[in-house]
Design a protein around this ligand. Structure first.
Ligand code: GLC
Length: 443
């Protein structure tokens, strides 16, 4: 776990593909390409792999010497997918309200979850599952209009030509054997091309870039390879500076990230893959409050599930997806296709804005009744309703002095009985695009 935390910190590197250096035309093209992602807000991450057989840490268990490599690999024999139902997975993802899904095509253990022609270490050829995990899922997702993302680990601890595979030891140093590193490079790049051509991912979710530099991975070439196949594919930020968006992991940033696009990836308990002895499940309330906070701060949530080795999905994952989906049904207007909300200080909680800026959504966590306040709002309010029940509610402007440019405080009276089970949303319709006063008061 410690090493994971350490590596997490390393991930927070700055994208050096400086978007500031793009020409106006290129930056418009990038913005257009990213639009579906910016509007999507919710994605489901799927970590499926042979580690689900024993229910141990994905790949890291042998790297961190919790299990021997041979024993780890014995899990290949138990990976059956015998109850795998891609249509059910896709239905569940659709039901959650997610607009995209990202699935492991190959984790750090090097086991491909699709029918790779480049390497026999894949679940079609080396496990009793004998079937491709990715192809039918992408088909089922696309039927439901859900975008498809491919997680791919650049580092591959199983590959003989890769530099290392166990903590504190290495197979060789690149400087000592460029030929061997070149073999690895052409191996992983052919897998990427294979995935690109077979599955045409709408999004690439690279991982494991921290073990080598951009030059060593040939990150710029990898980016070009992918864009050549599909100029609209989106690439996450774990490609040593050649990605399109940032991927903070597990912990929500306290202040609003300055990135144009970002996505918090987060587990439902404390593990990415199926891990039956980890019972630290987040509740639907916790997931929904984190989700609203992420969206209010301009990000997406990529929420992870860890199916079992037979392809079934644990009840706790299913429950959160369904509760989140039901909440989205009631409140999705305040989430999807919105923009980040108003800066901190105007309202003590998460907010979002409609695209034209004339509707402000306020998120109230838990069982709140009584007054909530908005500070520094220059607009007049046309009306306020509670999403879901649609109840109209009253407000009062307090302390507005006729000769002062400082707006009054808006007190909104939230009656009892209108609360959502998890997070209540107030829809505040303004007289036009929002205008805020953020001065120090006075004359
Ligand atoms: C980290 C871990 C990896 C996990 C990923 C998901 O990079 O190495 O096991 O798949 O995070 O974000």
């Amino acid at each position: 776990m410690k090493i994971k935390l350490f590596l997490t910190l390393i991930f927070i590197h700055i994208i050096n593909l400086s978007q500031a250096q793009l020409s106006p035309a290129d930056s418009t093209a990038l913005k257009n390409k990213m639009q579906w992602f910016a509007d999507a807000k919710l994605g489901i991450f799927i970590h499926e792999g042979i580690y689900a057989v024993n229910g141990i840490d994905e790949s890291w268990s042998f790297y961190n010497k919790k299990i021997g490599y041979q024993d780890y690999m014995k899990q290949l024999k138990g990976f059956t997918l015998k109850n795998y139902d891609p249509a059910y997975w896709a239905d569940l993802i659709a039901q959650s309200g997610a607009r995209y899904a990202v699935i492991t095509t190959k984790h750090h253990d090097g086991v491909a979850l699709y029918d790779s022609q480049v390497d026999s270490l894949n679940i079609v050829r080396s496990t009793p599952a004998k079937q491709d995990l990715i192809k039918p899922l992408f088909e089922a997702l696309r039927k439901r209009n859900i975008k498809c993302g491919a997680y791919f680990s650049l580092l591959d601890w199983s590959n003989y030509n890769y530099t290392g595979f166990i903590k504190d030891s290495s197979r060789y140093k690149i400087a000592d054997d460029y030929g061997r590193w070149n073999k690895f490079r052409s191996f992983f790049q052919s897998q990427i091309v294979e995935i690109s051509q077979k599955f045409k991912p709408d999004l690439w979710w690279f991982d494991g870039d921290w073990e080598h530099s951009a030059e060593e991975w040939e990150a710029s070439k990898v980016r070009d390879l992918l864009l050549k196949d599909n100029k609209n594919t989106i690439i996450n930020g774990r490609l040593q500076g050649y990605g399109d968006y940032q991927t903070p992991e597990q912990n929500f940033p306290v202040s609003r990230p300055a990135y144009n696009w970002w996505e918090l990836c987060m587990t439902m308990n404390n593990n990415w893959g199926y891990h039956p002895d980890d019972t630290h499940w987040k509740t639907p309330y916790e997931v929904i409050t984190i989700f609203t906070d992420v969206v209010a701060n301009g990000g997406n949530l990529l929420l992870d599930i860890g199916p079992r080795a037979d392809g079934t999905i644990p009840a706790e994952d299913v429950n959160v997806l369904k509760e989140l989906g039901a909440w989205n049904q009631r409140n999705g207007e305040a989430i999807f296709n919105t923009n980040a909300g108003i800066p901190q200080g105007h309202f003590y909680g998460p907010t979002t804005l409609s695209k034209d800026g004339s509707v402000l959504y306020l998120f109230l966590q838990g069982d709140i009744s009584g007054n909530v306040t908005i500070k520094g709002l220059l607009n007049d309010i046309k009306n306020i309703t509670v999403l879901g029940p649609g109840t109209s509610i009253n407000h009062k402007v307090v302390g507005k002095i006729s000769w002062s440019k400082v707006p009054g405080l808006v007190y909104i009276d939230v009656p009892k009985g209108v609360q959502d089970k998890y997070v209540t949303v107030l829809k505040v319709v303004l007289d036009g695009p929002i205008r805020l006063y953020n001065g120090k008061g006075g004359l």
